[in-house]
Ligand binder design. Structure first.
Ligand SMILES: Cc1cc2nc3c(=O)[nH]c(=O)nc-3n(C[C@H](O)[C@H](O)[C@H](O)COP(=O)(O)O)c2cc1C
Length: 138
């Protein structure tokens, strides 16, 4: 079984493209070795990241990511497991937010807004639906 984790966090300062790509290069290098795949969305200083892979590896990586001073307030939105990966081709995909289709963008805004408002984010189906749609655009 593949363990799946989605979390949101807040960037401590605005991330430049360059800083984001530096982060992604390191993430891709590490994730490949750990058999972790996923994707990262960055919008209005909010990170939304999806990680999937062996449970211990994902949990250990998540603990490490949470210690990273580039962001704070890591909040798990979803933990689940599946027999199939959603992001099998990507050690860590990243999409510029302005390249994302409007209807998906709408969903993303809803989720990040709900996160910022600290609403109940336990709606698993909504998040999984978002992830699947996001995947189709990568
Ligand atoms: C929003 C965010 C997402 C990150 N995602 C990953 C990731 O998927 N994989 C990873 O190895 N590091 C990720 N990092 C970086 C880690 O926090 C850490 O800096 C990095 O893993 C250190 O790698 P090293 O031990 O090889 O130097 C992320 C950091 C932030 C702020």
């Amino acid at each position: 079984m593949i363990y799946q984790l989605v979390y949101a966090s807040t960037a401590r300062k605005v991330m430049s493209e360059e800083a984001l790509f530096e982060l992604l290069n390191k993430a891709r290098e590490n994730n490949e070795k750990l058999q972790i795949t996923g994707f990262l969305v960055y919008h209005s200083a909010v990170f939304l990241q999806y990680l999937e892979g062996p449970e211990t590896a994902v949990k250990t990586l998540f603990d490490k990511i949470c210690q990273d001073t580039r962001h704070s307030a890591c909040t798990i939105l979803l933990e689940s497991s599946s027999d199939q990966r959603i992001a099998e081709q990507w050690s860590m995909a990243y999409k510029k937010i302005d390249e994302i289709k409007p209807e998906l963008m709408q969903k993303l805004v809803e989720i990040t807004a709900a996160y910022q408002d600290k609403q109940d984010m336990s709606d698993r189906d909504k998040i999984m639906d978002l992830l699947r749609r996001f995947r189709l655009q990568l």
